[in-house]
Design a protein around this ligand. Structure first.
Ligand code: C2E
Ligand code: MG
Ligand code: MG
Ligand code: MG
Length: 289
C-alpha cells in the first residue's frame, strides 16, 4: 500500500509494516549496545540419554535482558540479527561464552561436568569467510577439546550455498561435531545426510508432538531411527514434554532427548546445582528444576 506523496517520493502507508520497520531499527540499535552493556546471557538446556537419564550434553540458548522490554526471546531478535548482519558479532559472543563456560565446568567438576556443549550457528555465520578458522582460534584460546563442541546448523542453512557446505566440512576437520537442527522442517534433503559430516540429527518438536498418536509424524519419527542407525548418526528428539512421549521415543530406539519433560533451559547457577548433586549424572525429571 504505497502512495505517491506530493514531492515524487514513495511513502508507505501500511501502519503495520511501518511499525515493524521502526521496531526493527530501534531493536537493532539497542542490540548493538547489548554486548557492551552485558545484557546478553546464555541458558543451557540439558540433553539426556533416554535409557539412563544421564546428562549427555547442554544446548546453549541465548537470552537478552533488555533494559525496557525485559526478557527478549531469541525468536524475536535472532532473525533480526540475521537480517542486519549483527548475528556475526552476537554469534561470536555466544561461541566464546559457551566454550569458556564448558571449559570452566570441566576444570572445576571433572567427570561430573557436561560432556558436550551445543551452540546454534546461523546461515549467515556459516557463510562468513573465515568462520571455521575463527572457531579453531577459539578452541585454541579456551583449550577446549574440539570433540566436546557441537555446532547446530539447520538444513536450510547448509543447503543454501556451497560456501556453507564447505564451512561445515572444515568444522568437521577440526574435530568438532555437527548437528542438523530442526530436522524435517526445512528444505529436508536426505542427500544432506550423505554429503555432510553429520553426527547428530535433531528431530524437530513438530514431529515429536505427534509421536503418541497414530499420525504421519509418528511414522516419520520411527522411520528416522532406521536411517540414522544405518548412517551412524545419533538421533535426538527435540521438545519432549511428557513422560508418555519419552517412553514412546525410548521404545522407538531414541537414545537422546531434550525437552521441558526433562528440564527447561537452565541458568549457569542451576547447572551448577545439577552438577553438585551426588547423583549429578542422573538427571531424571524429579531431580531437575
Ligand atoms: P532451537 O535451536 O531449535 O532450540 C530449541 C528451542 O526449543 C529453544 O527455544 C528451547 O527453549 C525450546 N524448547 C526446548 N524444549 C522444549 C519443550 O519441551 N517445549 C517447547 N515448547 N519448547 C522447548 P529458544 O531458547 O526460545 O530458542 C529458539 C530458537 O532461537 C532456537 O531454536 C534457535 O534456532 C535460536 N537460537 C537460540 N539461541 C541462539 C544462538 O545463540 N544463536 C543462534 N544463531 N540462534 C539461536
Ligand atoms: Mg538448536
Ligand atoms: Mg532445534
Ligand atoms: Mg526446534
Amino acid at each position: 500500500a504505497a502512495k505517491n506523496a506530493g514531492g515524487g517520493r514513495w511513502t508507505w502507508f501500511d501502519p503495520i509494516m511501518d511499525a515493524r520497520a521502526d521496531t526493527d531499527a530501534r531493536l537493532g540499535a539497542d542490540l548493538r549496545q547489548a554486548i557492551a552493556r552485558d545484557e546478553l546471557f546464555l541458558l543451557y538446556q540439558p540433553i539426556v540419554e533416554l535409557p539412563t537419564g544421564r546428562l549427555a550434553g547442554l544446548e546453549a540458548l541465548i537470552r537478552w535482558r533488555h533494559p525496557e522490554h525485559g526478557l527478549v526471546s531469541p525468536a524475536d531478535f535472532i532473525p533480526l540479527a540475521e537480517r542486519n548482519g549483527q548475528i556475526i558479532e552476537v554469534g561470536r559472543w555466544v561461541l566464546t561464552q559457551a566454550m569458556r563456560q564448558i571449559a570452566e565446568w570441566q576444570r572445576e567438576h571433572g567427570a561430573a561436568a557436561p560432556a558436550k556443549v551445543s551452540v546454534n550457528v546461523s546461515a549467515r555465520q556459516l557463510n562468513e569467510p573465515g568462520f571455521p578458522e575463527e572457531v579453531a582460534a577459539l578452541l585454541a584460546a579456551t583449550g577446549l577439546d574440539p570433540a566436546r563442541l557441537v555446532i547446530e546448523v539447520t538444513e536450510t542453512a547448509v543447503l543454501g550455498t556451497g560456501a556453507a557446505l564447505e564451512a561445515v566440512r572444515r568444522l568437521d576437520e577440526l574435530g568438532l561435531r555437527i548437528a542438523l537442527d530442526d530436522f524435517g522442517t526445512g528444505q529436508s534433503s536426505l542427500s544432506l545426510l550423505v554429503d555432510t559430516p553429520v553426527s547428530w540429527l535433531k528431530v524437530d518438536k513438530s514431529f515429536v508432538d505427534g509421536v503418541t498418536s497414530a499420525s504421519p509424524h509418528a511414522v516419520i519419527v520411527d522411520g528416522l531411527i532406521g536411517i540414522t542407525r544405518g548412517l551412524r548418526i545419533q538421533a535426538v528428539a527435540e521438545g519432549v514434554e511428557t513422560a508418555e512421549q519419552a517412553e514412546r521415543l525410548h521404545q522407538a530406539g531414541y537414545r537422546f532427548a531434550q525437552g521441558y519433560h526433562f528440564a527447561r533451559p537452565l541458568s549457569e547457577s542451576d547447572v551448577l546445582l545439577l552438577l553438585a548433586r551426588p547423583s549429578s549424572r542422573e538427571t531424571r525429571q524429579s531431580q531437575l528444576i
